[in-house]
Design a protein around this ligand. Structure first.
Ligand code: ASP
Length: 301
């Protein structure tokens, strides 16, 4: 594989290989070694056209732990502001002998476009509303760590499905691994193309959460939303927010996941975000291991 662009286009065996490699990387992290030399002769660049806390930091930590030379392009201060195109920025990175470009972009398909046009490996750190593969891989890894397998697990993904690249990557990845995925959102926040997937779709969040093994909340992607898609935040929280009453419908040992950033009192209430069965912080830790695994697998020659 030259690039990691999405979970839609990769084989189940490749996903399993990344997860197995992640387990090895997690051992390195948790044994407090935090150093390998797998990338000591590689150059990694992060190119983020959209805001990020977790994804950018964890990719950068992963690259550094593995000994890479790391550069981060601050898009706001780069030649992008002088009108340079994405291809020309990519060609510049090739000329700088970059091995891996990790890109986040507001346009769906931007990572595929860059990957087709440059020699360096491209990792999609989120492209518009399309995919965010490493987020879904870390979500899947976190579930697998707890439940051993995704086969037959009932997963409920609740919230702004339409604008969520995290939802899309999880839908592809989790269904490939045999999970039984239900998505719930108000009608205005459901995409039209879910019939191409194997998910069950409902507008009733309680129905989705009933007997679930895993419940994932999603932030309202206001930056990608036209106005008027939900009547009010209060009503949205009442009907789709993760709260104690709703979660009591799930299995007793149900895991709570959220990719972050969380908006307390909107898609998730504080009691649930901080509950014992909330894995939100574990997801962040696992994100470093997943990104180490992906960097390793793409640069191994
Ligand atoms: N951090 C995730 C993303 O970039 C989720 C979110 O922003 O709500 O897609």
């Amino acid at each position: 594989m030259k690039d990691l662009l999405g979970l839609r286009e990769i084989e189940t065996a490749e996903i399993e290989n990344i997860l197995a490699t992640t387990a090895e990387m997690k051992k390195i992290l948790t044994q407090n070694v935090k150093k390998t030399n797998h990338l000591s002769n590689k150059s990694v660049v992060t190119l983020f056209y959209e805001n990020s806390t977790r994804t950018k930091t964890s990719f950068e930590m992963a690259a550094k732990f593995m000994g890479a030379s790391l550069s981060s392009i601050a898009v706001a201060q780069s030649s992008v502001q002088k009108g340079e195109t994405l291809i020309d920025t990519g060609k510049t990175l090739d000329a700088l002998l970059t091995d891996v470009v990790i890109m986040r972009h507001n346009i769906s398909g931007a990572a595929h476009f860059l990957a087709r046009n440059i020699k360096a490996s491209v990792i999609n750190g989120g492209d518009g509303m399309n995919e965010h593969p490493t987020q879904a891989l870390l979500d899947i890894f976190t579930v697998k760590e707890q439940k051993a397998s995704l086969k037959g697990l009932k997963v409920a993904i609740i919230g702004d499905i339409k604008h969520s690249r995290v939802a899309r990557s999880n839908i592809w990845g989790m269904t490939k691994l045999g999970a039984d995925v239900t998505v719930a959102a108000p009608y205005t926040l459901l995409p039209k193309d879910l019939d191409k997937t194997k998910v069950r779709v409902t507008t009733d969040a309680d129905d989705a959460v009933k007997n679930a093994d895993v419940v994932m909340g999603l932030r309202l992607q206001l930056e990608r939303m036209q106005s008027g898609l939900i009547p009010s935040i209060g009503e949205y929280n009442e009907l789709y927010g993760l709260n104690e009453k709703r979660l009591s419908l799930a299995k007793d040992d149900a895991m709570i996941l959220h990719p972050g950033p969380i908006n307390r009192g909107v898609e998730i209430n504080s009691g649930i975000a901080d509950a014992e069965n909330s894995f939100i912080e574990r997801q962040v830790t696992n994100g470093v291991a997943v990104r180490m695994a992906v960097l390793f697998l793409l640069t191994r020659s």
